[in-house]
Design a protein around this ligand. Structure first.
Ligand SMILES: *[C@@H]1O[C@H](CO)[C@@H](O)[C@H](O)[C@H]1NC(C)=O
Ligand SMILES: *[C@@H]1O[C@H](CO)[C@@H](O)[C@H](O)[C@H]1NC(C)=O
Ligand SMILES: CC(=O)N[C@H]1CO[C@H](CO)[C@@H](O)[C@@H]1O
Length: 462
């Protein structure tokens, strides 16, 4: 069998570059990807693109309980991977994303790539990843996916990115290689899953027929490891979608996870007045400034209120430490919010003392992950049981009061239990605000203004 390098040599598509002398590009790369800062110049204020998102489990016939169970499992896998090397992991190994690993994705963005006929591609919406890639035909080694792979022969506009191109040079040395003058990328994830292929550019077609020519993406031709879906990134790197689009903001609005309606995502400044769809006050909170190499969006969380009680938790429990541990991340790729274990215990205590139902016993030794549930067989209608309100106090006076359905739900397996859909994480893990808590909120990442806007909304109406 031909080696991968021979095969890629033969299959290199439409790369019209002078032959470079480098023939041997499959040198052992280092394992981690980190992207250099991409100058945030010439951001377009006017570009606005709209796409649909579907929940990864949408339309697959799962019950609410099953959906929740799947989300819990994905969140745990993701939280464990987010910080693979313990304290410092999130910062020192920034681009190690667990997304793409089986079952870790939550939402898929649907768009078209190529001309004249845009080919349907579903990418993962993931604020914790910074490169978009999709599997391409011809492929040396690819995993099965539901839609056909992107067929490079069927697009008139796809072309390779030259090695000398700024985009290629912007990839870390260990993640790029020159091959016949063209740029090859190689991403190695925290669990050693690999995506490798050519860096390409093509026209992307978004909803309402808006076309953006020449967007860069990874054309995956060799993927190994635990991928069950393709990878996309909305993070702070040159190859995530907001990067190449040079948009000053992006936003999404997740419809209820228990329904199968698609959710809108916007790239570029929302053109309407944000209050037009607001069903409550618009909150604004600054992003915490982190090194450019970091891919996560950090917020400054000051405290938590459960019912009448402001939890006795010092602010430092949520602060990003200089060694890179801790912090509070808002993440579109994690389903369920998790707090460091010490914070979770205090939160759980507050719910237990304020919910007038028998509570299930604690299980403290089981490592990360334990939803606190309550027995509801004594009440006629669990959905009417009074529950304490839950408020996240964010920097800038943004007191984010979550609607009940964003933190209370029936037990994944047991109908007679009502659970607080918040999880615990390891002691050194960051606080992660997941998308269960973001349902029916228009979440605007204002990159130009370095702030996050939270706008309560009915997302299916947007
Ligand atoms: C890719 O597109 C070409 C040109 O349209 C076509 O001949 C070929 O069969 C396609 N390959 C696959 C795997 O669909
Ligand atoms: C895939 O997942 C399994 C089980 O979670 C793990 O043991 C393995 O290291 C992962 N990575 C790869 C590349 O298979
Ligand atoms: C184009 C593409 O690869 N889509 C796949 C991405 O991953 C999801 C989840 O496994 C699949 O359903 C899509 O078909």
């Amino acid at each position: 069998m031909a080696s991968l390098a021979d095969w890629l040599y033969a299959s290199t598509f439409r790369l019209k570059f002078a032959r470079a002398s480098q023939k041997f590009w499959l040198r052992p790369f280092l394992t981690l990807l980190a992207l250099l800062a991409w100058p945030a110049t010439s951001r377009s204020a006017t570009l606005q693109l709209h796409a649909h998102l579907t929940h990864v489990d949408s339309g697959r016939g799962f019950t609410q309980g099953e959906l929740l169970g799947r989300m819990v499992a994905r969140s745990r896998a993701r939280a464990a991977k987010l910080c693979p090397s313990g304290p410092g992991g999130a910062v020192t190994v920034p681009a190690v994303s667990s997304s793409g690993v089986i079952g870790s994705t939550e939402y898929l963005i649907h768009l078209g790539i190529g001309t004249p006929r845009p080919q349907h591609v579903a990418l993962e919406v993931d604020t914790g990843s910074n490169v978009i890639w999709t599997q391409c035909t011809p492929c040396f080694k690819c995993f099965d996916q539901r839609f056909p792979k992107f067929n490079t022969s069927a697009s008139d506009t796809v072309h390779g990115v030259a090695c000398s191109n700024q985009l290629c040079q912007g990839l870390q040395r260990s993640s790029r290689a020159c091959f016949l003058g063209g740029c090859a990328y190689r991403l190695v994830y925290g669990d050693k899953s690999v995506s490798m292929g050519q860096l390409a550019k093509d026209s992307f077609t978004f909803q309402q027929g808006k076309v953006v020519p020449d967007l860069a993406f990874g054309c995956g031709q060799y993927t190994t490891g635990n991928f069950s879906s393709n990878e996309s990134g909305f993070a702070r790197g040159p190859l995530s979608l907001p990067g190449p689009l040079r948009v000053g903001s992006f936003s999404y609005c997740f419809t209820s996870i228990f329904e199968s309606r698609s959710s809108p995502v916007f790239l570029g400044a929302p053109d309407d007045d944000l209050t037009a769809h607001a069903t409550g006050p618009v909150l604004s909170t600054p992003f915490v400034r982190v090194p450019d190499s970091d891919v996560y969006y950090y917020l400054s969380l000051k405290g938590i209120t459960v019912g009448k009680v402001r939890l006795p938790v010092p602010e430092s429990a949520f602060t990003l430490k200089t060694d890179g541990s801790g912090g509070t991340i808002i993440d579109s790729g994690t389903a369920i919010t998790s707090f460091p274990r010490a914070v979770f215990r205090i939160l759980r205590e507050a719910f237990v003392s304020q919910v007038a139902l028998p509570h299930m016993p604690y299980d403290d030794d089981g490592g990360p992950g334990e939803l606190q549930c309550f027995q509801t067989d004594s009440v006629p209608d669990a959905s009417k049981v009074a529950v304490p309100k839950l408020i996240l106090h964010l920097e800038g006076g943004a007191d984010w009061e979550l609607p009940r359905e964003n933190y209370m739900a029936k037990h994944p397996n047991l109908d007679d239990q009502l659970c607080v859909v918040i999880d615990s994480a390891g002691d050194d893990l960051p606080t992660i605000i997941g998308n269960f808590q973001q349902q029916n909120m228009h979440i605007v990442y204002d990159l130009a203004g370095n702030k996050l806007l939270i706008v309560p909304a009915q997302c299916h109406n947007m």
